[in-house]
Design a protein around this ligand. Structure first.
Ligand SMILES: N[C@@H](CCC[C@H](N)C(=O)O)C(=O)O
Length: 282
């Protein structure tokens, strides 16, 4: 029987990833193979791939790929999913541990015995244009007018390890996110492309977002997108520092501390063990 490549599918509020462990598989991942794997028609179907545990900066880490094969520096749902994988497969036994990403280390804390709830220190955000990046003179990109698809929008841009554009609206919907998303993702002002969250303020403790992800398109949830929307709303004086971010896949809780550190709390779930024949990649 032909050798197979094994993976485990998890989801964080419906944002689904395939975990591919190089200690269990002999496969050299590259962009087109990842895109093939993530296809929902011809492949296994996922919003991305988590490749690890691997060594990053001498520590245990994970490489995060979007469904188009591009690599992301960080994924909020991705690090919670990977934390569960590490516990499920006994790579770690502690309740609190660190996972290295291209965006740096993230400290995770498992909140229950089934390893389905995690709290993650996502570090601090920056609104500085050259750090996001956004073209033009160095400035904080707050409530700035951009033109997307021939229409002007007030947008706030920031990085939480990956770039996000937040546009507040009176109403949000999947249709708006799907129509506007590709124009924002690929706008000339964003040289590394851009994740979009359209955001409706419900009250001082609740937001409603719809998501268009860089490299993955419309998704049901985004951890970094939740962090970015919450931090933008807090900076604009629209919310308190503890915010429930509602999204199609569920709710992620964001806590912004006095020193601006962002904590994200949310669930993850096991979906299935999956495998593909080695020839799938040929
Ligand atoms: N769904 C993720 C975001 C994944 C990375 C993003 N598409 C990017 O390219 O920056 C999350 O939960 O944060």
């Amino acid at each position: 029987m032909e050798n197979s490549i094994t993976m485990i599918k998890y989801q964080g509020l419906g944002n689904d990833y395939l975990v591919l462990d190089p200690n269990k598989n002999r496969v050299q991942l590259q962009g087109k193979k990842i895109a093939l794997l993530c296809q929902r028609g011809f492949g296994l179907g996922a919003d991305g791939v988590l490749y690890g545990p691997v060594e990053i900066n001498g520590k245990m880490g994970v490489h995060i790929y979007n469904s188009d094969g591009s690599e992301a520096a960080i994924s909020g749902n991705g690090v919670r999913i990977f934390a569960k994988y590490l516990i499920d497969h006994e790579y770690v036994k502690e309740q609190k541990f660190s996972i290295e990403t291209l965006s740096g280390p993230v400290e995770v804390e498992c909140l229950n015995s089934r390893a389905t709830e995690f709290r993650v220190n996502m570090g601090k955000a920056s609104f500085i244009s050259r750090e996001i990046p956004v073209t033009g003179e160095v400035r904080e990109v707050i409530n700035e007018t951009f033109t997307f698809n021939k229409k002007d929008y007030k947008a706030t841009c920031l990085t939480v390890g990956n770039p996000h554009c937040i546009i507040f609206m009176d109403e949000v919907s999947p249709e708006i996110a799907k129509d506007l998303g590709p124009y924002v993702e690929n706008a000339d002002e964003f040289p590394e492309r851009m994740n979009l969250q359209i955001c409706r303020r419900i009250d001082s403790g609740n937001l409603d977002i719809e998501i268009w992800e860089r490299g993955s398109g419309y998704t049901k949830a985004s951890g970094t997108g939740s962090c970015a929307a919450a931090v933008a709303a807090y900076r604009l004086g629209l919310t308190e520092s503890r915010i429930n971010v509602n999204q199609p896949g569920g709710i992620i809780q964001i806590d912004i501390k006095d020193d601006d550190t962002i904590y994200m709390t949310g669930s993850v779930g096991y979906v299935a063990d999956m495998s593909v024949a080695e020839s799938f990649f040929s």
